[in-house]
Design a protein around this ligand. Sequence first.
Ligand SMILES: Nc1nc2c([nH]c(=O)n2[C@H]2C[C@H](O)[C@@H](COP(=O)(O)OP(=O)(O)OP(=O)(O)O)O2)c(=O)[nH]1
Ligand SMILES: [Mg+2]
Length: 139
Amino acid sequence: MNTEAGPKKSVLVAVGVIENGTGDIFICRRGESQHQACKWEFPGGKVEAGETVPQALARELEEEIGIRVASCQPFMRIEHDYGDKQVTLDIRKVTAFEGEAHGREGQPSRWVPIPELHRYDFPAANAPIVHKLQLEAEG
Ligand SMILES: Nc1nc2c([nH]c(=O)n2[C@H]2C[C@H](O)[C@@H](COP(=O)(O)OP(=O)(O)OP(=O)(O)O)O2)c(=O)[nH]1
Ligand SMILES: [Mg+2]
C-alpha cells in the first residue's frame, strides 16, 4: 500500500529486446527471490543514478547475459503499477551485439521465435511488448 503522501515513485528499468537476425528474441527466467519471481523476461535492470538508459542497458546486458551492445534503438515505454511496485520500462531493441548471449547468473535462457513468445509467462507489464513484436513480424 502507498502510505506516503504524493504520487508513488516509479522505478526506471532499461529492458533489451535482443534480436538475432533470424527472427528470434532472447529471453531469460527471473530468479525465485526476485520481484515477479520465475516469470520470463527480456533481460535488463534498474537504471542507476547518473546513468542514461542506453548505458544502463549495456551494463545490465553485459552483467546478466555477457553481450556487448553495438546498436540499439528505442522500441517502447511502458508504465505499470504492480501494487507492490511501480515500474517504468524503457525498452530498446538491440539489433547488433558482440558475444554469445547466455544466462551468466545461472538463469535459464533461450532464443524464441516471435510467434512463440506468447506461450511464455511474462510479467503483466510485458503484454504490449509481445503484442508489438508480433504485429511487426506479421508485417
Ligand atoms: N528486466 C526486466 N524487468 C522487468 C520486465 N518486465 C517487468 O515488469 N520488469 C520489472 C521487474 C522488476 O520489478 C523490474 C526490473 O528489475 P530487475 O530485477 O531486472 O532489476 P535488476 O536487474 O537491477 O536486478 P536486482 O539487482 O534488483 O535483482 O522491472 C522485463 O521484461 N525485464
Ligand atoms: Mg535484471
